[in-house]
Design a binder for this molecule. Sequence first.
Ligand SMILES: Nc1ncnc2c1ncn2[C@@H]1O[C@H](COP(=O)(O)OP(=O)(O)O)[C@@H](O)[C@H]1O
Ligand SMILES: [Mg+2]
Length: 294
Amino acid sequence: MQVHLKLQRDASASQPIEPSRASDFATLNRATSTMRTLLKVQRIAKTLGEGDKRNQIIGDLSFDAREGEFLSIVGPSGCGKTTLLMCLAGLYAVDSGSVMFDDKPVGAPPPGVSVVFQDYSRSLLPWKSNLDNVVFGMKRAQDLNRAQKLEYAQELLASVGLTGFERHYPWQVSGGMQQRVAIARGLAARSRLLLLDEPLAAVDAQTRAEMQDLLLDLAKRYQQTCVLVTHDVDEAIYMADRVVVLSRRPTVVAAEFAVTLAKPRTQLETREDRGFLDLRHKILAMIHQMRTQA
Ligand SMILES: Nc1ncnc2c1ncn2[C@@H]1O[C@H](COP(=O)(O)OP(=O)(O)O)[C@@H](O)[C@H]1O
Ligand SMILES: [Mg+2]
């Protein structure tokens, strides 16, 4: 069955670019200027809460994601990463600025965008089996009949290691397994843009590494543009073509770094690579400095 998205990925996506600070980001912009921008976030601001609980979460924040790019977003805990993702998905309206997907302003949530939420236990439907939860992710897939959807959902559950758990309900499996169902459902949509909020936070270290590789593999196979929010700097670098570092609240983009490490990435070699360690050091030092500047 051929149900994969057929989006063209620009070859320049893998063009080597030296890791650079925001200050010399022009180098990166020049090198990648031929790639189409799929997501454009321009000067957004967002306040949450009412009265004296009113809280400016997002300051004046801008960044782009290009077609086929894997973008990681890191920042100090509580800085507003989930809030940002909700704005990208069109689930929160921004107070000012704009979020454009495929040259159109996002509405809630636009076709072509799918989200794997941080709170996976609340995002899965408890009255549907794991398999039907994944099928639910294909509700907009008019090119597939019910039998094809079931077959594809089964394939996806197998790729996240859940063969044999198709007929179980989410509440009958562990937290890590529920999270994998949520990831399979996010992938089932075959969306052009996949937004992932700490998708691997609840899985053990070994499974986490396997899931990172699986996500990279599937994102490549389905030629998806991914925005991964994580507080784990190692994971952010390992997965990404580019890492966006957020500041404390009200959050803005503190820096962007191109990740030029060879692909396919491997858990041993990539993580021991000098370039990986240098970038890790830079980003961790930056986040540490933000934390201590109380
Ligand atoms: N509905 C809300 N009203 C007021 N403050 C909120 C609301 N939701 C989240 N916040 C606050 O916004 C901040 C950022 O939250 P969040 O986006 O979840 O951060 P992160 O995902 O980076 O940990 C937190 O300090 C949180 O307490
Ligand atoms: Mg969060």
